[in-house]
Design a binder for this molecule. Structure first.
Ligand code: KIV
Length: 275
């Protein structure tokens, strides 16, 4: 059944946990979509796991549209959320609406996600007014890595914890349909989840959230540059892929691949008469 933003709201009311994953291309989105996942996020994390940048700051609108459009072709049932990259909504409300519109029209996203709390509520309101559903994202917002001084747990001090609760409430007022909570202590995520009527989707935010999201490459052991504490490897596909590639190279070098079953036939008379 097709998941919509309404399904996300109902899940919170029905106390049903929401399962989301990232995907950045057609084949992966198709696989994820076939596994009863509620939402697919084409995250700007693609900058790190697909493009090899050290953070997400170099990701452009063109990158996001390219990957979101590919993922959209493989997504039938999950809600497809496209991430707004760094500087696509920071400079003005006009930029925010224009770029969110591009994510929908050119990327075929069904909703967009942007990072920040109180500081982005004007942008959120305007995008929602343009009829585009918005997912909020607070806590460790990777686009603010240079302000945070690294990828660190957020909200551990009283004022910071109060600010996160306020951010979540203000995002709700501005019209978001869900809020990602990233790298926030579990007890604080529980308080935020109670404080808002929209679902919270945790990543490194403990079990009290209304749903969870992980980066596809992380949960399948396919990205080893950096492994945050909150990542659980559910299947070590990275190891299986490595074994497969080594076996392929070995068989090519030993002449075992391709075998007759992978080759095409031609009448030997034709070959004999070639010269
Ligand atoms: O870019 C991303 O993948 C994200 C998730 C980690 C929430 O923002």
């Amino acid at each position: 059944m097709k998941k919509t933003v309404a399904a996300f709201r109902e899940a919170k009311l029905d106390k049903k946990k929401i399962a989301m994953l990232t995907a950045y291309d057609y084949s992966t989105a198709r696989l994820v979509d076939s596994c009863d996942i509620d939402g697919i996020l084409v995250g700007d994390s693609l900058g790190m796991v697909c493009l090899g940048y050290k953070d997400t700051l170099s990701v452009t609108m063109e990158d996001m549209i390219h990957h979101t459009r590919a993922a959209s072709r493989g997504t039938k049932n999950a809600l497809l959320v496209g991430d707004m990259p760094f500087m696509s909504y920071h400079a003005s409300v006009y930029d925010a609406v224009k770029n969110a519109g591009r994510m929908v029209q050119e990327g075929h996203a069904e909703a967009v996600k942007l990072e920040g709390g109180v500081s982005v509520t004007r942008q959120v309101r305007a995008i929602v007014k343009a009829q585009i559903p918005v997912m909020g994202h607070i806590g460790l917002t990777p686009q603010s890595v240079n302000i945070f001084g690294g990828f660190k747990v957020q909200g551990r001090q009283l004022e910071a914890a109060k600010k996160l609760i306020d951010d979540a409430k203000r995002l709700e007022e501005a019209g978001v349909f869900a809020i990602v909570l990233e790298c926030i202590p579990e007890a604080l995520s529980g308080k935020i989840t109670e404080a808002v009527s929209v679902p919270t989707i945790g990543i490194g935010a403990g079990s009290g959230c209304d749903g969870q999201i992980l980066v596809y490459h992380d949960m399948l052991g396919m990205f080893s540059d950096f492994r945050p504490k909150f990542v659980k490897i559910f299947a070590n596909a990275g190891e299986i892929i490595e074994q497969g590639i080594r076996k392929y190279a070995d068989e090519v070098r030993n002449g075992r691949f391709p075998g007759p079953e992978h080759s095409f036939l031609i009448d030997s008379e034709i070959i004999d008469n070639l010269y």
